[in-house]
Design a protein around this ligand. Structure first.
Ligand code: ZN
Length: 321
């Protein structure tokens, strides 16, 4: 019996020992696994840290590039402003030079006053048109001669023959009347002048009277070509033409009605002591309506009517460009 008891004890001991050993082995296993996980965790954290650092570096670089770009933008803006300032300065200098040249030109050719004779040159610009025939009828009624500065691209250009046949003068105004085209350069002006000249010549022969669109004193041309009027008022006469401005403005181009046209012409004429040249436009019906009273009023003031010729007084305004 004691022998069996001894065996039982030994078995019990062995089982206990085995259990203890298993427990130790499992603990060691878990401890090892835990340490591996910890290592992995540490390395991941390190990786995360370094990723954060490189992100911060990229962010810094982005900020630097952005501030550099901003600086460049400001610098460009400053240069652009400087450039605009210089351009304006150049424009001003050019305008001043053109003005001085114009002054010099006017000083060289002092304007003689209009002839003392009370001759009236009625002038009609921008036609011919349908209205021109009505104007010719009115002029015929008073036996008054006038001058028509025509537009070459008018669809009624054939009326230049009616004008000439009625004893009036035909002058060249422009082919297109488009300022930015005809005042783009000296060559552009002469192209336009040659075109209107050819259109008239093929119908009634050569014509050498000219009226500049806007007159020789126009400043609109300044926008398109500086100093062009200073040059054209020399080169156009040198090419054999005589150009004419006016000293009485009917205001019809500004939209005056017939009463205002009559009042404008008669009041301006009454202040002149000699020859007058009246600016009108045959394309305006208000002008046609006003014409009989204009003629009668001028006759009352002692004027007689004539057509311009190459040697007539030019009524030059004086150049401003
Ligand atoms: Zn005109």
């Amino acid at each position: 019996m004691p022998f069996f008891k001894e065996i039982k004890n030994i078995v019990f001991m062995v089982v206990i020992f085995a259990l203890a050993a298993t427990l130790v082995a499992v603990s060691v296993m878990f401890a090892l696994r835990g340490s591996k996980l910890n290592d992995k965790y540490v390395s991941m954290r390190k990786e995360l840290e370094s990723t954060k650092e490189s992100l911060a570096a990229v962010e810094n670089e982005k900020n630097t590039v952005e501030s550099e770009l901003e600086n460049e933008r400001k610098e460009r803006q400053r240069l652009e402003q400087e450039n605009a300032g210089l351009k304006t300065e150049i424009e001003q200098l050019r305008a001043k030079k053109a003005e001085e040249e114009a002054k010099k030109l006017n000083q060289q050719k002092p304007q003689t006053p209009p002839p003392a004779t009370k001759v009236c040159y009625l002038t009609f610009d921008d036609g011919p048109c349908e209205n021109t025939l009505a104007i010719l009828n009115i002029l015929a009624r008073y036996n008054a001669k006038a001058t028509f500065f025509v537009k070459g691209n008018s669809k009624c250009i054939d009326y230049v023959k009616n004008i000439k046949d009625a004893g009036h003068a035909v002058g060249l105004h422009t082919y297109t009347h488009v300022y930015e085209q005809l005042y783009a350069s000296d060559a552009a002006y002469f192209n336009d002048l040659n075109a209107v000249s050819a259109a008239v010549e093929q119908r009634i022969g050569n014509v050498k009277l000219v009226r500049f669109p806007g007159g020789s004193s126009n400043v609109v041309s300044k926008k398109h070509c500086l100093g062009i009027m200073t040059r054209l008022t020399k080169s156009v006469p040198e090419a054999g033409y005589a150009y004419f401005d006016w000293n009485v403005d009917s205001g019809d181009a500004a939209g005056y009605n017939s009463e205002k046209i009559i009042e404008a012409v008669l009041s301006q004429a009454s202040k002149k002591s000699g020859a007058i040249c009246v600016l009108m436009h045959d394309i305006k019906t208000s002008t046609t309506q006003a014409l009989p009273s204009v003629i009668e009023g001028l006759i009352q003031q002692g004027y007689y009517f004539d057509a311009l010729s190459h040697d007539s007084y030019g009524f030059h305004h004086g150049v401003k460009n």
